[in-house]
Design a protein around this ligand. Structure first.
Ligand SMILES: [Zn+2]
Length: 408
């Protein structure tokens, strides 16, 4: 069996490298392939690329390559070192891999493809690598992707808080609203945490035209001071969330008023139905939900108000939306439901930003889509050991980055 020419053809090592020896170990399903370079060839100094003769060789190094017929395949080579007059004795770049990875380019690409399709645990199982190796692949991929990203900031930015683990820990997610991508992830959600991010990009902030966010004051303060030319928009997703939260507060207050053993306690178990939009309530629960609304009158009313409020996003112009809101505002503020009244006031106080979102047609598709994607990453990531790793995973999956190693 002529294994050397076979592997020479399959692996195609770049000049001046060639396959020297191949060993197959069926008992452990493994193939080892040794590479060598021709004599008298020059190698480039890794710093200045000057072509230099071989000075000496490193001890043998190994790289995991793509499997051969399900046999784990390893490449081995002693790497030449060159003696550069400017940079001293340096190791030349290895064939088929970069200087730092223990995987070949081809294997690293395979890992990235696998990570993009399944959880980190799944990717580790499928590629036969460890969790830590997967971690390294992901971190390196995001690092090179962020470096390759064109300079400049998106014209339409989104800025949003995201709870990460338990115990009130947060990230600030900065998104490119037009591209539907996560632009960056900043630890914490305070002004103190977010402001330096904008400070560092001061020279590029001029290109930012619109910033979408929730109605909490923190982010708005940062944007007004750092990006004064940008229009602040309170988008569909965040405004709707505010109203939904108010419904839930009404629900909690009403629940507290109900004595234990009350016949209406069924309400407690089925409270999640009030979080649904009308069209999403499962058909077999519609009748039950009707009964619940009759039992929990206040929550039922708040829910109806919330459902009605959604119409605002279908208004064709800002003027019709304003007229619609005027009626809704009256309804909410006369409802004797404190949380609904508070939500109505908040919306009124932020009306200009909502009008901006309607005029600019900033839909919630992007924010909601990314939010769902991040939630999924969170579910897959029960093993994340740090916020840093979670940040990397968000950028890996939602950053739209060029992740592959360059084989040039
Ligand atoms: Zn040099």
């Amino acid at each position: 069996m002529e294994l050397v020419p076979f592997y020479q053809m399959m692996i195609k090592p770049p000049f001046p490298w060639k396959i020297r020896r191949v060993e197959v170990h069926p008992e452990i399903r493994r193939v080892d392939v040794w590479l060598e370079h021709g004599s008298g060839v020059f190698f480039a100094c890794p710093e200045c690329a000057e072509a230099l003769p071989v000075y000496d060789h490193t001890p043998e190094r190994s790289w995991r390559h793509l499997d051969t017929c399900d046999y784990e395949t390893w490449l081995h080579a002693e790497l030449p070192r060159v003696s550069c007059s400017k940079h001293g004795v340096r190791q030349a770049k290895p064939p088929l891999s970069d200087g730092r990875s223990t995987l070949t380019f081809a294997m690293e690409r395979r890992c990235i493809d696998t990570l993009a399709e399944c959880s980190r645990k799944g990717a580790a199982t499928l590629t036969g690598l460890s969790w830590d190796e997967m971690d390294t692949v992901m971190t390196r991929a995001v690092g090179r992707g962020m470096k390759r990203r064109p300079p400049g900031l998106p014209e339409w930015l989104g800025i949003d808080e995201k709870s990460v683990f338990a115990r009130h820990q947060y990230f600030t997610i900065i998104t490119d609203l037009k591209a539907g991508l996560v632009h960056d992830v900043v630890d914490k959600r305070t002004i103190k945490a977010v402001e330096p991010w904008f400070q560092e990009r001061k020279a590029k902030l001029e290109s930012v035209k619109k910033v979408a966010m929730d109605m909490s004051a923190g982010y708005a303060n940062v944007i007004s001071s750092m990006v004064p030319q940008a229009e602040i928009c309170y988008d569909h997703f965040h405004v709707t969330m505010k109203v939904n939260q108010a419904v839930d507060e009404v629900r909690k207050l009403e629940q507290r008023q109900m004595a234990e053993g009350d016949a209406r306690c069924d309400f407690f178990r089925s409270r999640f139905l009030f979080l649904y939009n009308k069209e999403n309530i499962p058909e077999h629960r519609v009748a039950h939900f009707q009964q619940l609304k009759e039992a929990a009158v206040q929550t039922g009313r708040a829910w109806a108000m919330k459902e009605n409020f959604r119409e605002i996003w279908h208004c064709p112009t800002v003027e019709t939306a304003a007229a619609f809101f005027k009626k809704w505002y009256w309804w909410a503020t006369h409802s004797r439901l404190k949380p609904m009244r508070a939500a109505a006031h908040t919306i009124k106080n932020h009306w200009q930003g909502i009008a901006n979102a309607i005029t600019n047609k900033i839909t919630n598709a992007c924010t909601e889509g990314l939010n769902n994607k991040i939630e999924k990453i969170k579910r897959d990531a029960f093993g994340f050991r740090s916020k840093g790793k979670f940040r990397i995973a968000i950028l890996f999956h939602c950053g739209g980055l060029d992740l592959y190693p360059s084989t040039a």
